[in-house]
Every structure is written in structure tokens, then in C-alpha cells.
Design a protein around this ligand. Sequence first.
Ligand SMILES: [Zn+2]
Length: 465
Amino acid sequence: MIRVILLVLVIIALSLGGAWIADHPGSFSVDWLGWRVETSFAVALAVLVVGLVALAIVVRLLSGLVTGPKSFLRRRAERRRRRGLEAMTRGLAAVAAGDARDARKLSARAERLLDAQPLADMLAAQSAQLAEDPAEAERRWTRMLEHEETAELGLRGLAVMARRQGDGAAAVARAREALAKRPGTRWALETVFEVKLAEGDWAEAEAALTALERHKHLDREESRRRQSALEIERARADSAAGHHDDATTRARTAVKLAPGRPEAAITQVEVAIAAGKLPVARKLIEQNWGAAAHPELGRLYVTLLGGNTTPTERVQRARDLAQIAPTQAESRLLVAETALEAGILGVARDSANKIAVADRDTRAERIAARAAEADGDWQSAAQAWHRAADARPAPGWICSRCNTVHTRWHAVCGSCGSFDTVSWSRPATVPAAMPATTGPAPVVGSAAATPPMDPAAPGRPPAAA
Ligand SMILES: [Zn+2]
């Protein structure tokens, strides 16, 4: 609106000025080097204006001729760069989506369009890896080592490749190269930790773990939990090698680091038994029985302490231990199981039947059924088997990652290679069918919790994170 008003005002001013100049034509004369021009002032003014406009047009054209090719080239380069970056972005997306064919195509295009070799190498290496072309991937990752700023990425790529190919030593070597350049590099420490775990080299794994904590990559709680798992394995190894004092210290450390772990308490007892310190072992079990009663501790108490014991003596031992926490399900299970093995059926049935309904699982029902069967009470046996089919599953050493049930606790799951995922817990699924009373007798007691397999396969690399 304001512009319209201004335009109108300018037009009015121009027409008034034109009219005024027409009313006062005046005269204009030039006398120069024999040239003589005589005209009115209005005409001279018009010639001057036209001349200035023509001069401006000529200047514009000339400058366009001089700078034109340069800006054309600049625009072309800009377009190329934009297309290169677009190919790079789409290539990275294709890698993330696992589309090997598109990834390689886009990677080649990005490399052709972009003058950024390390970046192009990275995309090309990832694409080659996706297309399962390890030679090309290795060539690209290795080339990235030449540039200071991409050397670490190259080392990481090579380490990941080595682990995929099952070459733990090469992966650790690359990780150590990275650590030499930048101590505390998280991926490198984690690589060393995981490879050493898979190799069962607990000492080296623990060193890497300590470094991870020192560089603040792990919180204290997590670090202590992991450390206790490693200390348990190291205590077992020391004990097996006859280094009983070291084993004792490590087992004690494991308990201190993670007081609630049954596997730590069990290891402490096993280590004491291996060292021939039976009174110490007995005392440890008794200390644990109140708050942390565990069937393995009960079994150790009954069978391993004191050597050649008669079945009746074993039942007495079970009763002695059960006295510490008489109403606890584990106490009653231990007495029932030991009495059943000793053929003292009355005690076995009585103890199994006394377990509170809320605490009953398949172990209690199976012991009750077996004891009733042995007693010839087929009706009670059938009822107990029936209850066993619906009862809660018995606890066991179960990997939370792959659900494999192990016969023994391990720091590394032998099935899926995960670290510190095996714990004493109940499986999520209920046991399938009620066993036939006339068929072969099922396994009794806590042993019933353990399926036959323990697919520990040492040396397997952990699952890629
Ligand atoms: Zn597992």
C-alpha cells in the first residue's frame, strides 16, 4: 500500500517536473574541438539519462563475460558435492537396513562424486562387509589406518571383522593398537574383555574390566557384580590347580563383592572342601542356611562332609542342617530327598507334605509321589504326580539370555556365550506332561531340576553385541 502511494507520488513528481521543464526549455550548447552542439536543456538531459543506462548495461555484460565460467564451475561442483553427500547418506542408510546391493552401488557413487577418501572408505568397507567380501572390507579398513583421524575407526572395523571370523587373537591385537594410541578406548577394552572371557582367560578379562571401571565406562555396582563372577571362576581354577590359599581369598572376595550370589557362597564351600577344611565348609553352610538356603549347599552338607556315611547318618545330617530354618521349603526338601534315598519313606512323605502350598514346586510333588509309590500308596502317588504336572517348575542354573539350563553355574553361558547371565532361577515355562506312574521313575529332588544337557563349549566367541 505504502509502495503504491510512493509510486503515485513519484509519477506525480516526474510529470510535474516534465511539465515544468517543457515550460522552461532553456538552451544547451557545447563548443569543443571544432564540434558545436546546440539544443534545448530537456533534450540534453534525456540524452544524458539514456547514455548512463546504456553504460550500465555494457558494464553488466562485460563483468558477466569475465566471471561467468568461474561461477558455472562452482555451481557444478556444488551440485556434485550435494549428490555425493546424498549418495553417502543413502548408502549409510542401506548399510543400516542390511541392503548389501544398494549399499555397494551407493558407496561407489559417493566415492566417484566426493573428494573425501576416508569417508568413502568407511562406507565401502561397511558395504563390503555386508556383501560378505572380507578381502575388500579389510583393504578399505586398512587404508583408513593411513589417516590419523580415521585410524581408530579402521582398527575397530578390523577388530570387529577378526572377531566375526573367530580370530580372537587378531581382534585383541587391533584393540591393543587402539589402546596404545588412546588408553581407555571403550570398544577396545570391551573387545579385550569379551575375547578373554570366551577364552577362559579370567585374569586378562579381569584386567580389562578394571580398566573399564577406571575409565568410568562402567558404574561401580555393575563392575562389582562382574568382578565377583570372575573371582568365582578364578577361585575354581586356583582350587583345581591346588592353589588353595589363593582360591580361598578369591572366593571370599566374590562373596564380599556380591553378597546375594548363591554361586559365590557355594564356591566358597567347595573351595574349603577341596582344601580339606571340612569344619570350615560345614560352618559356612550353616551360616548360609538361614537366609540363603540352597539345595547345592544342602547336598554338600549331607554327602561330602565326613566321607563314608550311612544313609541313616545322612538323614540325620539333613535334619541337623534343617534345624537352622525348620519351616523353610529347602530344609524340608533336603530332609525329604535324603530320607527317600535312604528308604525312610515315612520321613520322606511327611517332610515333603509339610512344605507350604505357596512354596511347593515340582521337586516337592515328585518326592511326595515317589515316596508314596515306594510305600505302595498308588492313589496318593497318582494325586502327587497330577499336582506335579501343574506345579511351579523347579529352579535351576538358567541363562537369562538363551534360557539354557546348566548343571552348574558358569560366568560365561556355554550355549550363547553371554557373560554373567546364568543365575539360580525358575524357567518361565511349566514342565510339559505328567509322567506315567508305571514308566521309568523320574529323577528325584533337586536333581530333577537339571535337564541332561550342559552344552558348555569352551572357546566359543560371545554373541556379537
Ligand atoms: Zn545363554
